[in-house]
Ligand binder design. Structure first.
Ligand code: OXD
Ligand code: MN
Length: 588
């Protein structure tokens, strides 16, 4: 018996499924699963003329987003999880959580899903095996990962693999846990069918477990999009960008350039996760470990993201969107007038007077990357693509300018470590609350965040040509609460400035400010966009009065890491305070 078979056997002895199905990832298997789910009501067939191969899933209404308070890192020592993670000891996990798997799959099929994270032939890819009692999870895993036969082949070659056990259990939030065991690279998830909790290749493996693997073997697993940026008549550069959940990674990675005709274009490599390795040339090379997009539906339309609209027109699983009478999908912010009648995300009749959204604010599409009309031809390159710039972007109504360039790698790490963002519907809890979300990894770092920053600093040393680091903020608001920057396709103007900073080509300038290097209005197209002077100022100013409490807040956040905080970040805090004319309170 292979090690996978032995493990599957052991899990089945606890979970007691009626049958075990090994998934090969074939079309026939997918069609069979879809047929069963249509029959059981797990999937609803959409209008096949308008949306061939597309289905709607309505989840349990208590199971619609990631549940960060039920997500744990199970290291032996609490300090290895660090102050920003929930921690549970492995022995408590065995006592409290393992019993929830006891007999959990009685009356159900246990699917064995072998999968590869990363291009099939990439040396940087990794293999996982998920067992699950949810056919919906299997269907989504088939879109999001290279699942089945190719993974089996790598397993037969004795490759190391990450085991993950998933059961929807009884879907009760009281018996819901998402556990990660960094020491043995194992995942247990029970009580949820939601993507981020249940598609174990995604957040659990490709971020939490992979971040630990990367720390141990000198690579990085990051919550980043990867895009190819082309200027007229020159080689492309590649940009990675860390933005918190539901802050526009998918839109930026699929951006439709207003200057396409002039040769300024964006192509997608990935839109959520990025694994970075140091290449032989000393640059950081990125692969996208996923093969599909699990994107937020509301707000997506032919203006904001025409390429996403094209991507989801076939072979897509929609979750918790609303449906029209002729079985087309609908969500808040989609093109066209609001219909008089809809079926809402819970299956109830809906009218515009309902007083609640028809689609859940975190409703999603799961779509194959291969359907993206602007997919880069390099998206599956085995060695990845070389990254020239890293963006850190939060959702900040005030203080943080539209874009600034950091003063070097260490300062860039400080910028990432201290970034904040307003919360979104991608996780349960209040929306719009400002919180620290370092490198957009707050919910996804599998170990102590201070050690993670130490790893970032070390990777900057290992890479002789590390990328330049920038912060961006598309979300600045005016005194009436309106966004100051048009965003979406117009973000190309910011990418163009970044391109010129990175390559040294073009005429763009940069103004030195205490927080970093900032463009002037002309470089971001203030005239063409007809932005009044006060809006340009609001976008690009560095207001010392606003930055004073900001920097104090950095200090309070960083202080909780105590002695573990890397000295370089203390020094960066001191230097920033000095540049702002403030007295640093963090320096020992
Ligand atoms: C996601 C998330 O689904 O970050 O990508 O929540
Ligand atoms: Mn994400």
């Amino acid at each position: 018996m292979s090690s996978v078979e032995q493990w599957v056997d052991g899990v089945a002895q606890t979970t007691r499924p009626d049958r075990i199905a090994w998934c090969d990832g074939s079309d026939a298997e997918y069609e069979r699963l879809v047929g069963e789910m249509l029959e059981s009501g797990t999937l609803i067939q959409l209008n096949q003329q308008a949306y061939p191969g597309c289905y709607l899933h309505r989840s349990n209404p208590t199971d619609v987003a990631r549940t960060e308070h039920l997500t744990f890192i199970c290291s032996e020592r609490e300090e290895d999880a660090g102050p920003t993670n929930n921690w549970m000891s492995p022995s408590e996990a065995r006592e409290r959580v393992w019993p929830l798997f006891n007999g959990a799959m009685r009356g159900r099929t246990m699917y064995v899903v072998p999968y590869i994270m990363g291009p099939v032939d990439s040396p940087y890819s990794k293999v996982g095996v998920e067992v699950t009692d949810s056919p919906y999870v299997v269907a989504n895993m088939r879109i999001m990962t290279r699942m089945g036969q190719p993974a089996m082949e790598r397993l037969n070659g004795n490759e190391e693999w990450v085991p993950g056990i998933h059961s929807v259990g009884d879907l009760s939030p009281d018996r819901r846990f998402i556990l990660h065991f960094p020491a043995d690279r194992t995942i247990w998830s029970v009580g949820s069918g939601y993507g981020g909790n249940a598609l174990l290749g995604k957040k659990c493996f490709a971020l939490r477990i992979a971040s630990v693997m990367g720390r141990d073997s000198a690579w990085m697993a990051e919550h980043m999009l990867i895009l190819e940026l082309r200027a007229p008549d020159s080689d492309p550069i590649y940009v990675a960008g860390a933005f918190p959940s539901a802050c526009g990674k998918t839109n930026l990675a699929m951006l439709r350039s207003p200057f396409e005709a002039d040769g300024w274009t964006v192509r997608t490599i990935g839109e959520d996760i990025c694994w970075l390795n140091v290449g032989p040339d000393g640059r950081l090379w990125a692969i996208n470990p996923e093969s599909g997009y699990f994107g937020v539906a509301p707000g997506t339309n032919f203006q904001t993201n025409p390429n996403a609209m094209a991507t989801v027109r076939a072979n897509t699983i929609f979750t918790n969107v609303a449906m029209t009478d002729d079985r087309r999908v609908w969500w808040e912010g989609i093109d066209g007038p609001v219909p008089e009648r809809l079926t809402d995300w819970q299956g109830n009749p809906w009218t515009p007077q309902a007083g609640a959204p028809a689609a859940h604010p975190n409703s999603r599409f799961t779509a194959p990357a291969a359907q993206n009309p602007v997919l880069s031809s390099h998206w599956e390159d085995a060695e990845g693509v070389p990254i020239s710039a890293i963006l850190f972007g939060g959702r900040r109504a005030t203080t943080v300018p539209l874009v600034f360039e950091s003063l070097g790698w260490e300062h860039g790490v400080y910028v990432g470590a201290t970034m904040g963002s307003e919360t979104t519907a991608a996780a349960t809890g209040a929306v719009g609350v400002l919180r620290h979300d370092p490198m957009a990894m707050l919910p996804f770092c599998g170990y102590n965040m201070a050690d993670y920053w130490g790893h970032w600093l070390e990777m900057g040393q290992r890479a002789s040509h590390p990328p330049k680091i920038f912060q961006v903020n598309w979300f600045r608001r005016d005194e009436h609460g309106k966004f100051v920057w048009p965003g979406f396709g117009e973000n190309m103007r910011v990418l163009r400035w970044i391109y010129e900073r990175v390559t040294g080509r073009g005429t763009s300038a940069a103004r030195e400010t205490p927080v970093g290097l900032v463009p002037d209005g002309a470089d971001i197209g203030a005239d063409e966009l007809e932005l009044p002077a006060d809006r340009v100022r609001a976008l690009l100013e560095v207001d010392r009065d606003a930055w004073e409490p900001e920097v104090e807040d950095h200090a309070a956040f960083l202080a909780q890491f105590g002695e573990q905080l890397p000295a370089e970040l203390r020094e960066q805090h001191r230097a920033l305070s000095t540049r702002l004319g403030l007295t640093a309170s963090l320096v020992k």
